[in-house]
Design a protein. Structure first.
Length: 75
C-alpha cells in the first residue's frame, strides 16, 4: 500500500487504479496476494502469532477449518 500511495499520492481513486491493474500478484508478508476482477483478496488466509521471539503463521488447513463454499454463479 505504501508503494501505491507514494506513486499515486493521497488520491483514493488513483491508489485503487494502481492496485487494480497490477499485472502480477501483490507480495504480502505471508505470500502473494491474488486479487479477483472485483479486487477481492482470493489468497489463502493465515493467522499470525508472535511466539518466543518469532512470527508463526497458521493456515486454515493447519487449524482444520474448511473454506466457505462459494455462492453459485449468476447467469
Amino acid at each position: 500500500m505504501l508503494w501505491a500511495i507514494n506513486v499515486a499520492g493521497l488520491n483514493r481513486a488513483k491508489i485503487r487504479d494502481l492496485i487494480a491493474y497490477l499485472p502480477h500478484p501483490w507480495p504480502g508478508i505471508t505470500g502473494d496476494i491474488v486479487f479477483s476482477a472485483c479486487l477481492d483478496d482470493v489468497s489463502d488466509t493465515y493467522l499470525a502469532t508472535y511466539e518466543r521471539g518469532a512470527w508463526k503463521y497458521v493456515s486454515r488447513t493447519d487449524l482444520g477449518i474448511r473454506r466457505a463454499i462459494s455462492p453459485p454463479a449468476i447467469g
